[in-house]
Ligand binder design. Structure first.
Ligand SMILES: Nc1nc2c(ncn2[C@@H]2O[C@H](COP(=O)(O)OP(=O)(O)OP(=O)(O)O)[C@@H](O)[C@H]2O)c(=O)[nH]1
Ligand SMILES: [Mg+2]
Length: 316
């Protein structure tokens, strides 16, 4: 007999907005029913093209995402948008700004927009974003745009789950192109130099090109570098074209499959880490346990390795 979760899942699959919003809240809060829902939706997913849009705070991600969504709408595609904001939960001015900016899109039935904050839960951002992508995919959105702020681990995590990752740079970042290099530049499938109406855009393009020339991608593909003015929409059509080109090439070959395999491997390991940690914490760590153990370490009575081993392997 179908249970409440089955009918909830059926509503998500039918594109019911309220059911989707509740589903996203559930995975955002890492609630068990969110997991149960994802289990039911998963077999119906795998069709959406998930695009991660990432870059420094204020680079113009939301503005560009909105324009890109319009381009996809003009091409008849439905678009689900999720703006992940790890830094300013709930009250973030950026989130409010996004809402206002995207109001025009919000009246379009072929678009769904959601902002998400991580609320400091275990596993956090990437884990929830992954499930949100699954929900939007299940609800039938053909294109899923994930906006994420940050300059490090977050980008890498989003890149792991996206089918294509767009990295935004802006003129006037100075040495930032240098700092981006470590670990983040490699995740870009497409570079976008936004705010190209400002001086210095060409220099950024040259810097990125120079950097790319010394570190070729393992797949030998030339990473495109585009210029955009997100506020006017200039370059958004070209970005969509590049994304579609990338999609066609990546999906066609074994490279795309290899990427998926690695993404799911990383996802599985991440989930294992999350669940094992929850299990150990739930079963073995009593309130105050950590502090009690800390006393042993601070007094140099017991080393931290022994304590961890005792917590994991020792008697309950
Ligand atoms: N001159 C100019 N301003 C832009 C351009 N794109 C965005 N902006 C402005 O830059 C500011 C930040 O834009 P957002 O789209 O909110 O940037 P964001 O990267 O989403 O910001 P966060 O989500 O807060 O990290 C806004 O005032 C935009 O109007 C552009 O191409 N040129
Ligand atoms: Mg934004």
């Amino acid at each position: 007999m179908p249970d409440a979760l089955d009918s909830w899942a059926a509503k998500v699959l039918a594109g019911d907005r309220l059911a989707m919003s509740r589903a996203i809240s559930a995975v955002e809060d890492r609630e068990p029913e969110g997991r149960e829902l994802v289990k039911r939706l998963f077999p119906k997913t795998g069709r959406a093209f998930v695009v991660g849009v990432t870059g420094a705070p204020g680079a113009g991600k939301s503005t560009l995402v909105e324009k890109l969504a319009k381009e996809y709408r003009a091409a008849g595609r439905t678009v689900g948008i999720c703006a992940v904001d790890p830094t300013s939960p709930f009250t973030g001015g950026a989130v409010l700004g996004d809402r206002i900016r995207m109001q025009q899109l919000a009246t379009d039935d072929g678009v769904y927009i959601r902002s998400m904050a991580t609320r400091g839960h275990l596993g956090g951002l990437a884990a929830a974003a992954h499930d949100v992508a699954t929900i939007l995919d299940a609800a039938g959105f053909e294109i899923v745009l994930l906006e994420t702020v940050g300059v490090g681990q977050d980008e890498v995590e989003i890149a792991r789950l996206a089918d294509a990752t767009v990295l935004l740079l802006v003129p006037g970042m100075g040495d930032d192109v240098q700092t981006f290099k470590a670990g983040v530049m490699e995740i870009a499938d497409i570079f976008v130099v936004n705010k190209a109406d400002r001086p210095g855009a060409d220099r950024v393009v040259q810097e990125v090109a120079a950097m790319l020339s010394i570190s070729a991608r393992p797949d030998g593909r030339q990473t495109p570098i585009l210029k955009t003015v997100a506020t006017t929409g200039e370059g958004a059509a070209a970005l969509r074209d590049e994304l579609e080109k990338f999609r066609a090439s990546a999906a066609a070959g074994p490279l795309g499959l290899g990427r998926k395999r690695e993404q799911w491997r990383a996802r599985l390991i991440e989930l294992l880490r999350e669940r094992l940690f929850e299990k150990v914490v739930g079963e073995r760590l009593r309130d105050g346990e950590i502090d009690a153990r800390l006393e042993d370490i601070l007094a140099h009575r017991t080393d931290p390795y022994t304590i961890v081993e005792a917590l994991i392997d020792g008697p309950l």
